[in-house]
Ligand binder design. Structure first.
Ligand SMILES: CC(C)(COP(=O)(O)OP(=O)(O)OC[C@H]1O[C@@H](n2cnc3c(N)ncnc32)[C@H](O)[C@@H]1OP(=O)(O)O)[C@@H](O)C(=O)NCCC(=O)NCCS
Length: 168
């Protein structure tokens, strides 16, 4: 697997990635930073800006396209400069794998890659959040050494969020 930032020439593969989620009945694309609701050129500019200058509230972040051979299998978002409040709410790392490539170990490898990047950036721990009902993500985090540190219930949505810490 190899991971890199998106480029102008990736429009076609990213649109196919989005379409596969839509065809699978999924409205949101995890870790995509709004790819399905923004014009590609504007989206790419935002991603490149976030990687270089950084967002005022979120700091610098990296959005990696993760490939196996030449196939885009998933997206990995590494928000390595988050202020504590956003860290506690969203977590430092987000990921998603395209429906046809799930349960093949990609998210586990992507998270491992993200942890290495965070370590290189000088972090000594990361926070990860996911919904309790998302059994696959819970499993990915726990397999990667995540320790449960917090839970909260969103009463409006009726869903429980779990927060984990992984030491680096
Ligand atoms: C969550 C997600 C990223 C996992 O990606 P993946 O590449 O399938 O993950 P992996 O193959 O590395 O590991 C999945 C693990 O969960 C297990 N699993 C799958 N579905 C499960 C379920 N419903 N309940 C419990 N465990 C489950 C698998 O068996 C595997 O564990 P194992 O290696 O011990 O067998 C993927 O399902 C996805 O993209 N979902 C939609 C977006 C999303 O939820 N992103 C995360 C937001 S926090």
């Amino acid at each position: 697997m190899n991971c890199r930032l998106p480029e102008a020439g990736d429009k076609h593969i990213l649109m196919a990635y989005v379409q596969e989620h839509v065809d699978n009945g999924e409205k949101s694309i995890s870790a995509s930073m709004g790819l399905n609701s923004t014009d590609y050129a504007a989206w790419l500019e935002k991603i490149q800006h976030n990687a270089s200058v950084g967002d005022e509230a979120w700091g610098r972040s990296l959005l990696y396209l993760c490939f196996d051979q030449k196939k885009l299998v998933g997206l990995l978002s590494i928000r390595y400069e988050l202020p504590q409040e956003l860290k506690n709410q969203y977590g430092d790392i987000g990921y998603g794998v395209r429906p046809s490539e799930r349960n093949k170990g990609y998210a586990t490898r992507m998270l491992q890659y993200g942890l290495e990047v965070c370590k290189e950036k000088g972090m000594d721990q990361v926070i990860l959040g996911c919904y309790q009902e998302n059994g696959a993500s819970v499993r990915v985090i726990e397999k990667s050494g995540g320790v449960l540190i917090n839970e909260n219930e969103n009463r409006t949505e009726g869903r429980k969020s779990l927060y984990y810490r992984i030491g680096l």
